[in-house]
Design a protein around this ligand. Structure first.
Ligand SMILES: [Mn+2]
Length: 319
């Protein structure tokens, strides 16, 4: 980063951060790990190219030097507009997964890469992949915490709480129910639900298990503060962001787009409110499928910017 190289030049790690497969806090504070996997999609595939697509676009913002702050000029004056000062990224590369790899092997492969990163004290940013990768990512975070559960904040058009899809229990439509059943979670809050559901969707079961659901249109009419008011302050929280939570008009590159959705500013405001309210311990950004993005790379662009905004807010809250 910051060696004077133009965005279009050089090797496209995330923000052109150093590629360090087994990072420690000597190397940086945030570790990006790709999980290029999309065999669990129930509609259009292509999210296996998500990590690469995000890394490519991320070079647009690879111009700060070392741990200098970015200035987000819309956040206010002085210190309020400085984000990520003193914070360094590393790119840990990708989890190596083979085609048709059994679920347990896949989960173990993710754990083998992600758990040491969390144990080393770095903040993990996972790049999907379809949303099925969130389950092994949460399992790895859970293991690194010696089995201490955490809260989940989930941005998505879909609940991802189906018990089965096509007779399968580990698709991109059921990571949240599996995580709940495995005891990883103390609670679920979801923002952005919308679309047409079939009669088999069990919203009652989710409510019974304590999930707090905000439909997209409802969330758009509420302030960010109202949307996080039910969250217990300071609680350890994993944030998963399915890019289909955004309006497909600005983020078309995803496998299961749905009309409606958040604008960039709406998503950013809710993410920042979450980060100010609770202790965010991990972030994933999933379901970016660059093949449907077109030449503008808009979906990967929004994904990258929301990652920067979110980790900026996480480290601002910690300062
Ligand atoms: Mn999802």
């Amino acid at each position: 980063m910051g060696n004077g190289e133009m965005p279009y030049a050089g090797i496209a790690t995330f923000l052109k951060a150093p590629h360090i497969p087994e990072p420690t806090l000597d190397d940086g504070e945030i570790a990006v790990l790709g999980i290029p996997f999309d065999e669990a999609t129930t509609s259009r595939s292509g999210a296996r190219f998500g990590p690469r697509g995000i890394r490519d676009v991320s070079t647009f913002w690879a111009y700060r030097t070392g741990a200098d702050a970015y200035l987000d000029v819309e956040l206010g004056e002085g210190k309020a507009r400085e984000i990520l000062g003193g914070v360094r990224f590393v790119d840990a590369g990708d989890v190596v997964l083979g085609p048709t790899q059994p679920v347990d092997d896949r989960h173990a492969a993710v754990g083998a890469r992600l758990e040491p990163i969390v144990r080393a004290g770095l903040f993990p940013v996972v790049l999907g992949g379809d949303h099925s990768v969130t389950l092994p990512a949460m399992m790895a975070v859970h293991a690194a915490r010696d089995g201490k559960p955490f809260q989940l904040v989930h941005f998505d058009t879909h609940t991802d709480y189906w018990d089965e899809e096509g007779g399968q229990r580990y698709t991109h439509g059921n990571p949240m129910i599996r995580a709940d059943e495995q005891g990883l979670l103390t609670g679920i809050t979801q923002y952005g639900l919308r679309g047409l559901y079939g009669p088999d969707m069990d919203f009652d079961l989710m409510a019974e298990r304590g999930a707090r659901l905000f439909w997209c249109e409802e969330a758009k009419l509420m302030s960010p503060e109202e949307l996080v008011a039910h969250l217990e302050p300071g609680v350890d929280t994993y944030v998963t962001f399915d890019i289909d939570a955004l309006d497909p008009a600005i983020a078309p590159g995803t496998g299961t787009p749905e009309p409606g959705g958040f604008t960039y500013y709406e998503a950013k405001a809710i993410l920042r409110a979450v980060c100010a309210r609770v202790n965010v311990i991990a972030l994933d950004m999933v379901e970016v499928a660059p093949a449907y993005d077109g030449p503008g790379q808009l979906t990967a662009l929004h994904a990258t910017r929301l990652i920067i905004d979110t980790v900026g807010a996480v480290f601002a809250a910690r300062a």
